[in-house]
Design a protein around this ligand. Structure first.
Ligand SMILES: Nc1nc2c(ncn2[C@@H]2O[C@H](COP(=O)(O)OP(=O)(O)OP(=O)(O)O)[C@@H](O)[C@H]2O)c(=O)[nH]1
Ligand SMILES: [Mg+2]
Length: 336
């Protein structure tokens, strides 16, 4: 240990040992280098400080680049389907999730309160629909992951703020930014062409079925703004005005969310027993008896001979073939 180290040097070395970040280490090392006596006896020490400075610089750069990288969120689908809340800042998206589910998102009178996705389960009759609250759509929040999440959903609620005179601009900007990120919100047309190969829309597809929700219907002059909203977007989207605060039309919204998913519920029974109506199989609209058999067990499909159906469009216990297209609420008895 060479002598004549200054108090300044020893103080810098103490700070180096206590440093919490590479930046703090680097600052302390620079101070050490500046205050160390420059003579033959400290040559090794100075070389060692330089090595440690290089290491701290590399570490600081590594941390900066990984902190800069985008946080990529993913929300695994649960329940009968996944619906994303999409719209401009402060529109009332989080408040809707809070009113419809048991999730507890941050609801705030200022914009940009929501920073990351938050899912909640919405009960509709005997099924659960997953609703995902998202950060607002605005130039400063428009990161690719946000739109990837919207495309992964089965549908979207496009939320307009009926308390806001600029609600049209908010919706226009939302749709434009989404389009820039290859995400097209399209008016939902439930009840599309049925067929034996009915499938959910492929997750990630650019076109996302959407419903336009006018939020804060209890606000003063909301009715006037709703009229304007309908005039401009009514042909493009189904429009529903709701209030999370008063609960007005939240039940209608749940039903519309179910329609948006474009699925059917099918119940199975075994001969001589009653069906379990609390546990439906959820299938894309247009699904057939064969699709239902496949959903229950893949081995079932080959052995399936026929089915009996109790439903709205069939007579009690009607015998049908595997190509028969099912309706929401059908009870089926599969025979192998
Ligand atoms: N009167 C009234 N106010 C509402 C209603 N829903 C939400 N608000 C208010 O509108 C403000 C914004 O609500 P949020 O749900 O946080 O809005 P957001 O769309 O999630 O906002 P961001 O997270 O910034 O995108 C809050 O002050 C809410 O209390 C409603 O149905 N009626
Ligand atoms: Mg929010």
């Amino acid at each position: 240990m060479p002598a004549n180290l200054t108090p300044q040097y020893l103080e810098a070395e103490r700070r180096y040992r206590q440093a919490q970040t590479p930046e703090e280490q680097l600052a302390a090392l620079e101070e050490m280098m500046a205050t160390i006596p420059k003579h033959k006896g400290t040559e090794h020490m100075r070389a060692d400080i330089r090595r440690r400075m290089a290491k701290a610089r590399t570490e600081a750069a590594r941390r900066r680049s990984s902190a800069k990288g985008p946080t990529w969120h993913h929300v695994p689908r649960e329940g009968a389907g996944q619906i994303a809340l999409v719209g401009p800042p402060n529109a009332g998206k989080s408040r809707l999730l809070a009113a419809l589910s048991n999730a507890t998102p941050v609801v705030a009178p200022y914009p940009f309160a929501t920073r990351q996705p938050l899912p909640g389960m919405v009960a509709y009759e005997n099924i659960q629909i997953q609703l995902v609250d998202l950060p607002p759509i605005a130039p400063e929040t428009s990161e690719p992951w946000l739109f990837a999440l919207i495309r992964q959903a089965d549908g979207a609620l496009l939320v307009a703020d009926l308390s806001d005179d600029d609600l049209l601009a908010g919706i226009e900007q939302t749709l434009e930014l989404a389009a820039q990120f290859r995400t097209r919100l399209v008016g939902s047309r439930p009840g599309g062409a049925p067929g034996p190969t009915a499938r959910r829309r492929p997750p990630g597809d650019e076109a996302v079925p959407a419903l336009l929700v006018g939020a804060k219907a209890d606000a003063p002059d909301a009715a006037t703004r709703l009229e304007i909203l309908r005039e401009i977007y009514g042909e493009r989207f189904p429009v529903l005005a709701v209030s999370a605060d008063t609960g007005v039309r939240l039940d209608a919204l749940r039903a519309e969310m179910f329609r948006l998913l474009d699925v059917i519920r099918v119940y199975t029974k075994i001969p001589g027993h009653k069906p379990d109506l609390s546990a439906p199989f959820v299938l894309p609209r247009g699904s057939t008896v064969q699709d239902a058999a496949a959903a229950i067990h893949k081995d079932f499909v080959e052995r399936l001979k026929y089915a009996r159906i109790w439903g709205a469009r069939t007579f009690e216990g009607q015998m049908v073939q595997r190509e028969h297209v099912l309706d929401d609420g059908d009870v089926i008895e599969l025979h192998a």
